[in-house]
Design a protein around this ligand. Sequence first.
Ligand SMILES: C[S@@+](CC[C@H](N)C(=O)[O-])C[C@H]1O[C@@H](n2cnc3c(N)ncnc32)[C@H](O)[C@@H]1O
Length: 259
Amino acid sequence: MVSQALKHIARDYSPAGQRERSATFPYIVSTVEAILPPSSSTHPHKILLPGAALGALAHEISSLGPHIHVTTNEFSPAMNLAYRYLSSPSITATAIHPYIETWSHARSRQQILRAVSVHPPTTPSSCPPPLLMEGDFTSVFHHSQGDYAMVVTLFFIDTAQNLLAYLETIYHLLEPGGTWLNVGPLLYGSAPWVQLTKEEVVRVAEEVGFVFDGEVGEMEDVGYDFGVGGLYRHAYNVVHWKARKPEGEKGKAKGKGWW
Ligand SMILES: C[S@@+](CC[C@H](N)C(=O)[O-])C[C@H]1O[C@@H](n2cnc3c(N)ncnc32)[C@H](O)[C@@H]1O
């Protein structure tokens, strides 16, 4: 877990992670900007990022302006400790050795031991920084029905043991007319109860009540190996979509309450 957190620090906050951030962050930030432009309303738009890990994307979305209030959620104590450490005011630029436990596929000892520079999270002073809610996504937000204008999932939905619980939770948390933006693979790595295909996820989400806007697309060759480099590299063809909770839909998901 600690090793994963160190690599996420490199992915999120170092020049070494720029290529991986560039593959998905600009698409997500520009989509949020298009859906939730600055408004004259004094009512801010609330956005939730479950499974946000080290939160760099959350900081980029927060930087769009004071009309956006971002909440992140993460249940890994290692991720949350690393995020809280990096966010503490005393931390400025620093260096870490994130690959020190990654001994496979190395060209040299120097490659394993190399340092990367880290620039801690920032948000302009005019924008509220993200608020971290620690805990399991499917249980910590039970009292937040209809609170969020958007839920953004990046490399997240395939972490579910019960994918249906994730879909119902996202639906439950969106305000009527709110949007779920998803980008990520369908790796299903956490002892999943179901492993649905892309087509099946869409069909089940529609059963829950979501209405899909535009294409269910794919992005090719999206890396998520944290800049380890060396003698191995893999990448995903990630799926992405925008899906809406219909206007006037105040109720719970139409599913059978699997969770
Ligand atoms: C593959 S990582 C992606 C992290 C981040 N979205 C990104 O793109 O860098 C998935 C993250 O979701 C977290 N996670 C998995 N299941 C969760 C749950 N039920 N509640 C909250 N976080 C969860 C994991 O700890 C991990 O940090």
